[in-house]
Ligand binder design. Structure first.
Ligand SMILES: [Zn+2]
Length: 114
């Protein structure tokens, strides 16, 4: 196989950068100064929870990007985890984190919906 994923790789690297800087901003928000006023503190705590959820979401996405890039490096990217077939490039372009071909993804979805 050894298909050319250069295009998707570029997209993922750009995405990784974007997510990393977003995470940095979120983290800076969390560690920003605390006020003495208790009412304000409660509000800050609430904000911190929202920001924390955002951070977790960003971290999850970041790890998906990282594992896709790692898979590209050891040439396991773009292979269906169920049937072992190559996932069509068009599908990977639309869904860079797809780990199943369309047939298996549909089957997997049908299983979870049951
Ligand atoms: Zn498959």
């Amino acid at each position: 196989m050894n298909r050319d994923y250069a295009e998707i790789q570029e997209v993922l690297i750009a995405k990784r950068q974007e997510l990393a800087s977003r995470l940095e901003r979120i983290t800076q928000n969390i560690t920003a100064g605390h006020s003495a006023d208790s009412e304000e503190q409660a509000q800050e705590l609430e904000n911190a929870e929202v920001v924390d959820a955002l951070g977790n979401e960003t971290r999850r996405e970041l790890s998906k990007v990282a594992s896709a890039l790692a898979q590209m490096e050891n040439e396991t990217y773009g292979i269906c985890v169920d049937c072992g077939e190559d996932i069509p490039l068009a599908r990977l372009r639309a869904h860079p984190f797809a780990d199943r071909c369309i047939r298996c993804a549909t089957a997997a979805e049908a299983r979870t919906m049951r």
